[in-house]
Design a protein around this ligand. Structure first.
Ligand code: AMP
Length: 504
């Protein structure tokens, strides 16, 4: 596996693999520690290949544990510190791990699994010998490498299983797209490990000898510290959701003078707005901006594109790009028929980057995954999209399509048009249901570009009158609530669930 080979190679140099709050871990240490952890897993748990659970945030020992698991032929399941404790227990019950590496202060005390606390890692490193490690035990093509539990809007979290073949397929395509080589550079490691965008720094960053500049939860919650760290980071490649950059652009000092080595922004995970791109183009005139798209079920990203000025000027939304080389991305209608260019339908992906399915959940796997005639694995993304000139445009979630007073409306259509209103920075629109579970009206949460000190009512009237120019009146939200900023979830995406609670 490329990342494991790369760790072997750069262990012979002085390169730093990870830095977090002035603490560094070299490639040499990463190799030695991961070898020892792999020896520990093989010795203590023998032939058993049950995935291990890693509960924590950005501790520097987490990467050696992940790599140690892969070297011992096991998958790891990263659970971020922000996961509620009962969700963690629910996942433990589902996975039945033999060992949990716990880097939090919460004591899990599970009867069925051994708990290794963060400070006990040193004991493992003192007892086991890296010299005995062998590549024979490393994960093989169809073995799971990681399992990520998605938010589970249906109630029960679903564990997406990602194999070595899935990761290799993604890495080969995307590292070439990013034009990565093995020069000494730094990659931002901000996204929590339980969210698959973090696979970019881990597998492509470490896979090319880069240094991961890690931002932990405490830093991300303290804007001053976040900015101080970013300004002195010397990062070359930015990887995050658009939401983090939206916070950063509010700092005057967030520009190419302060973060001078930056060569590209890689965004993924949610809609990239034209407003953000314009601001970044102003502040970072020579820095590339890349929009990547993909569901966890098809391994991080399945399309990507560099954004240019023409795309910003165009009437269309920002494209999600050209498809990954080795997979087929098609658009289908409700009956599964392939649609022509410019026709909007559900985006499906077929090929080696598609997961084998959800852990222990045949029912949900059968609903979302399928095999094509040649027996290749496919996944229905639930996203609406269309092709034009070989480029894919995202049009929102299939499940955000609603009917209001008989009109078929796509919520994201309203959001995209609201973003055209002069003083709107970003927005999220929700349907509000009545007692009979029917949609009674729409509410929009809005963050303004500039605080104009007008009342909510006055702002809402101004917004509605400008919005009328773009969409029919039946699509205009009845309520508009101005908020200072949007709450973010563990993945750094706008926390829609939290906003929705405000509607109750
Ligand atoms: P996740 O599995 O958490 O990464 O979420 C995947 C979903 O996020 C996709 O199915 C899309 O709905 C959305 N998404 C991811 N990347 C983008 C993007 N660049 N633009 C718009 N939506 C995106």
């Amino acid at each position: 596996m490329k990342v494991l080979e790369s760790i072997e190679r750069f262990a012979l140099t002085n390169r730093i693999a990870v830095e977090c709050l002035d603490k560094c871990l070299s490639y040499k240490e990463l190799k030695e520690y991961s070898d020892k952890i792999s020896m520990y897993l093989l010795k203590e748990f023998g032939e058993d290949r049950t995935p291990i659970i890693i509960y924590g945030n950005k501790d520097n020992y987490i990467l050696p544990v992940m790599m140690g698991a892969l070297k011992s032929g096991r998958a790891y399941i990263p659970l971020d510190i922000t996961f509620p404790e009962n969700r963690v227990r629910e996942i433990i019950e589902e996975v039945k791990p033999k060992v949990i590496f716990n880097f939090t202060n919460i004591s899990l005390e599970e009867d069925s699994a051994l708990e290794v606390k963060g400070d006990q890692i040193e004991d493992i490193l003192n007892i086991y010998f890296s010299e005995l490690a062998s590549k024979e035990t490393w994960v093989k093509d169809e073995d799971n490498c990681y399992i990520l539990f998605t938010s589970g809007s249906t109630g029960k979290p679903k564990g997406v299983q990602i194999t070595k073949r899935n990761i290799d397929t993604f890495v080969i395509w995307f590292e070439e797209f990013l034009e990565f080589d093995d020069s000494e550079e730094k990659v931002l490691n901000q996204v929590s490990y339980s969210f698959d965008v973090s696979v970019i720094p881990i597998f492509i960053g470490l896979g090319n000898g880069k240094t991961l500049f890690s931002l932990n939860k405490d830093t991300l919650e303290d804007l001053k510290s976040l900015f101080t760290q970013l300004a002195s980071s010397n990062i070359n490649h930015w990887v995050s959701t658009p939401a983090l950059a939206e916070i950063c652009v509010t700092f005057d000092d967030f520009n190419s003078m302060r973060i001078s080595g930056l060569s590209k922004f890689v965004f993924a995970g949610e809609v990239l707005t034209k407003k953000l791109v314009k601001e970044l183009m102003n502040k970072f005139p020579n820095v590339k901006i890349i929009n990547g798209y993909g569901p966890t079920e098809a391994t991080v990203l399945i399309s990507a594109i560099e954004i240019d000025n023409n795309m910003i000027e165009s009437e269309k939304g920002i494209p999600i790009g050209y498809p990954i080389d080795s997979c087929e991305l098609g658009i289908i209608d409700e009956s599964g028929n392939r649609l022509k260019p410019k026709e909007k339908g559900e985006l499906v992906v077929i090929g080696n980057s598609v997961s084998k399915g959800y852990l222990n959940n045949i029912e949900m796997t059968d609903k979302a995954f399928f095999k094509d005639k040649a027996g290749n694995q496919g996944y229905k993304t639930g996203d609406l999209a269309y092709y034009e000139d070989g480029i894919i445009y995202y049009c929102g979630r299939k499940d955000f399509q609603i009917k209001l007073n008989g009109f078929r409306i796509e919520i994201e259509d309203i959001e995209n048009n609201l973003r055209k209103v002069t003083n709107i920075k970003n927005t999220v629109v929700f349907p509000v249901f009545n007692e009979e579970h029917k949609i009674s009206h729409l509410t929009a949460f809005v963050v303004l570009n500039e605080d104009n000190e007008l009342s909510n009512l006055k702002n809402s009237t101004l917004i509605k009158s400008e919005l009328k120019k773009f969409i029919p009146s039946y699509m205009i939200p009845r309520n508009i609530k101005i908020v200072k900023e949007f709450p973010l979830n563990t993945n750094g995406k706008i926390d829609r669930k939290k906003l929705m609670e405000d509607l109750k």
